[in-house]
Design a protein around this ligand. Structure first.
Ligand code: ADP
Ligand code: MG
Length: 292
């Protein structure tokens, strides 16, 4: 492509709220065969709400929520915010915590009110040696509803099974359909539970799911999609997405996302609206067709 046509193309893109940080991305985009998207905050709003809370017989609902929120108050994770919000709306007073530890992709733990409290995914509980067998059916049911189930353990016993739900963005369904209409393959990459991810993928018509991907494995997941020379665009918003954005052939960051994601991206979608992805690809094809 000539420098002029690229300039015109990126100018048009800017009018549509799609910012090309690197000119050659316009060219690479039309060669893309697979579009992989992060789930939380990209396909979904990224603002999960606590929807389910089922406590064990030996525990009081408010006590468990209070302990979980006290620990999560020290975490930046979207699930953490959902729990703290739920505790605050019930006007619970959060006790101070000691020895806080966050394990990326797993969960958080600390001591609160003289008890050992852990909050996180099934793999976190397994790592702590906590038996989940009695709760597997319930967790699977929540996951099939597209919710993210997680556990609260108090002194090495499961005190509650909880779930959060994160609404799908209105623009996600139409974007996936438009990408398919352009003949592209669509994949989702997420750290979330496999069943949850599959339920959401089904709702969106996404055909490939890479779930339970640890934060440091996201770039590897993109590399796997690139096997056999496929050109892959990755769309993400979080700090964890930066390596995947860098690994992909074209990285697209959500403009409302973290600065670190934006820095690592070739293209920035100025609004949270995913239609920008389709616009960018269509524009890339149109610009290069004009040149031929
Ligand atoms: P993603 O951002 O793709 O949902 P993460 O890698 O951040 O994935 O987290 C993966 C899973 O680990 C979450 O779905 C959740 O079950 C668990 N997890 C991580 N951090 C926390 C936390 N602070 N509180 C509760 N669960 C957590
Ligand atoms: Mg995200």
């Amino acid at each position: 492509a000539t420098p002029t046509s690229i300039m015109v193309g990126t100018g048009k893109a800017a009018e549509m709220g799609v910012l090309f940080r690197k000119g050659d991305a316009l060219q690479t985009l039309q060669e893309v065969e697979v579009v992989a998207l992060d789930k939380t905050g990209t396909l979904t709003e990224g603002r999960p709400r606590l929807t389910d809370l089922s406590v064990g017989e030996a525990f009081d609902e408010f006590d468990v929520l209070k302990l979980a929120a006290a620990v999560e108050d020290h975490s930046e994770h979207p699930i953490a915010r959902a729990i703290v919000d739920a505790a605050q709306s019930r006007q619970l007073h959060l006790p101070p915590v000691r020895d806080f530890e966050a394990v990326a992709g797993y969960g958080v733990r600390a001591a609160a009110d003289g008890r050992e409290v852990a909050v996180g995914a099934d793999r976190f509980m397994e790592r702590l040696g906590i038996d989940l067998r009695a709760h597997a059916v319930e967790a699977a049911k929540l996951a099939r509803e597209g919710k993210t189930p997680f556990y609260v353990a108090v002194d090495d016993t499961v005190a509650a099974v909880m779930a959060v739900s994160d609404p799908i963005k209105p623009s996600s369904v139409a974007t996936v359909r438009a990408l398919h209409d352009l003949g592209l393959r669509v994949a989702m990459i997420t750290g979330d539970n496999r069943k949850t991810a599959e339920a959401i993928a089904r709702e969106l018509g996404i055909e490939q799911v890479l779930a339970e991907v640890l934060p440091h494995e996201k770039a590897e997941a993109v590399a796997r999609l690139q096997q056999d020379g496929h050109k892959v665009a990755f769309v993400g918003d979080g700090i964890n997405d930066a390596p995947a954005l860098a690994q992909s052939d074209v990285g697209l960051a959500i403009g409302s996302g973290t600065d670190i994601a934006i820095e690592a991206a070739d293209v920035v979608l100025m609004s949270g609206d995913l239609n920008g992805i389709t616009n960018a690809i269509a524009l890339s094809k149109a610009t290069l067709d004009n040149i031929k």
